[in-house]
Design a protein around this ligand. Structure first.
Ligand code: SAM
Length: 239
């Protein structure tokens, strides 16, 4: 079962900081398909991506989100939006592309294995029902294997470690995390690719985002690079 953030924690995501990169990557990878394509934006939040994509590519977008305030904000902005779960979205049957913008890392459960299973399920559910998937995700590359994302997950999902993290963050703001006590599962680029394959998809195309500044204290978590990459997924032939 998914461990979900509180309404207050989700409020931290009510901003449009990343929408230009997401829309640019989408249009670059789906130029011909963009116009007229019915998009299902899972975890679409307040609809910033939906609105911008409609402006740029004239394709209708429907948002599905668990958060009532976000769905209300979408509707107030004239965006088609429904309250729903990305793990079991109700489809209308006309969707040709489904988008997962910065949501997969929030599909977390109480263990590493169950978290991976949730993320795989969200994608695999749509195979054969929606033609292609667009995923925009946080990439955490580590100095040692793929350790950073794993460490962050262990800290943020543990009540005790999160309590310590909150105290440390009062002195070292770089350690602030609004996912404390719930969990968040960032992954390296290669890890996301392997997860997509497990869900029965082939990575048709990808865009590498610009590296963000990694604050010095975060190097203690062995973080080498943080960025946001996008992936265009198609069902694998053999799946
Ligand atoms: C980090 S925000 C991303 C919002 C937006 N897509 C963006 O890129 O800015 C994650 C969003 O996913 C939503 N969310 C988390 N789990 C969900 C689920 N199982 N089904 C639908 N929405 C979910 C949250 O409510 C939140 O709006």
């Amino acid at each position: 079962m998914q461990r979900t953030l509180s309404t207050k924690q989700v409020e931290a995501f009510h901003h449009d900081n990343f929408v230009e990169d997401q829309v640019r990557h989408f249009v670059q990878m789906l130029p011909a398909a963009a116009a007229g394509t019915q998009v299902l934006d899972l975890g679409g939040g307040c609809g910033f991506f939906a609105r911008r994509l409609q402006q740029v590519a004239q394709c209708p977008v429907r948002v599905v989100d668990l958060d009532e305030a976000s769905v209300r904000a979408c509707r107030e902005a004239g965006i088609d939006a429904v309250l729903g779960d990305a793990l079991e979205p109700a489809l209308r049957g006309n969707e040709t592309v489904a988008t997962f913008n910065l949501i997969l890392h929030h599909l977390v459960a109480d263990s590493e294995a169950r978290t991976r299973a949730l993320q795989v399920r969200a994608l695999a559910n749509l195979r054969g029902r929606v033609g292609r998937l667009f995923v925009n995700e946080y990439i955490y590359e580590s100095f040692v294997g793929h350790l950073s994302g794993r460490l962050i997950f262990q800290i943020t999902k543990s009540r005790l470690l999160s309590a310590i993290g909150r105290v440390v963050a009062t002195v070292v703001p770089a350690f602030r995390a609004n996912t404390f006590g719930v969990g968040v599962r960032f992954r390296a680029h290669a890890e996301w690719r392997s997860l997509f394959e497990q869900a029965g998809y082939h990575v048709r195309d990808a865009r590498i985002g610009s590296p963000e500044v990694v604050a010095l204290p975060l190097r203690a978590l062995l973080i080498r690079t943080i960025r946001r990459d996008s992936f265009l997924l198609e069902p694998a032939e053999s799946a």
